[in-house]
Design a protein. Sequence first.
Length: 159
Amino acid sequence: MKKIDSFKIDHNLLERGVYISRKDYLKEGDVITTFDLRMTKPNKEEVMSTGVIHAIEHLGATFLRNDRSFKDRIIYFGPMGCRTGFYLLIEGNLNPFNIQDLLKEMLKYILEAKEIPGATQKDCGNYSDMDLETAKLYVKSYLDEVVNKLNEENTVYKK
């Protein structure tokens, strides 16, 4: 089988950042942009625990699907299997700078959270595996060191 594009990125060179993972051009002329929200350095920093990833997923998805400007364009927000970040799929031909303010607001929402939406047995299949306090540590670092400082170094994959 042919190797998919995301496995062609040299993860030894990959830094924390906001990258365009791919763009899908639909027959109707629409574009879906997939963002790679890389919160930790692959194979160099400890990966996020499932509790951290799960807390960020619940809070991030809730924020994004309620955002006034983007809610109707959000297709998906969820974790990477390697637990180093998240994928965010948005309708539109976008770049990281187009979503910088959206990401800042989402990360601030997570930092201010007192509870996690949908963290009950009725609402979630693994509701007890969430770690809000540690999630906030990752989110604060990502906001301060990456999202607030977007530039070519942390928005363009190195080859």
